[in-house]
Ligand binder design. Structure first.
Ligand code: HEM
Length: 124
């Protein structure tokens, strides 16, 4: 009785494995994951400059482009401090907070979440 059960269980097991493998072979291969539009996007400084208002605010910081429109109301400093940099290359301002002190690591991580692309390399 026990050996019958064992044989039955073994057959069932291998049938399951074979049908699983067959299904995997038969189903179409999943489409390759496209590079996210964000990661692939290269934006010029001219494009960044077109987003220079409080409700549409992009900045270029360290060769990356960020859409900070939704973050502006949460920024802890006087709004004028950060608004002045909308539509511009703001690496130095970000690096120094215009006071010679860098932003925290937490701020760097936060900044990452607003990245929308890479800044086009300057033409020579
Ligand atoms: C590029 C122009 C910017 C300027 C001139 C600027 C300036 C400042 C100033 C003056 C303060 C408050 C005083 C202080 O903490 O010393 C501050 C704090 C802060 N800023 Fe900015 N900021 C800029 C952009 C940003 C961006 C793009 C982010 C993030 C998305 C950010 C995130 C923060 C955070 C989280 C703080 C709190 C303190 C810290 O964690 O460093 N700032 N910033």
């Amino acid at each position: 009785m026990t050996s019958r059960l064992f044989v039955l269980a073994t057959i069932t097991f291998w049938l399951a494995v074979i049908s699983f493998a067959f299904t995997a072979w038969w189903l179409p291969a999943p489409a390759p994951v496209p590079l996210s539009a964000t990661a692939a996007r290269v934006l010029s400084l001219a494009e960044v400059a077109r987003h220079a208002s409080p409700d549409d605010c992009w900045m270029a910081i360290d060769s990356q482009v960020y859409d900070l429109s939704s973050y502006l109301p949460d920024h802890p400093a006087d709004p004028a401090v950060i608004l002045a940099w909308c539509g511009r290359e703001a690496s130095e301002a970000y690096r120094t907070k215009q006071k010679g002190r860098p932003h925290s690591v937490r701020a760097d991580h936060l900044l990452d979440t607003y990245r929308i692309g890479a800044l086009e390399a300057p033409r020579r």
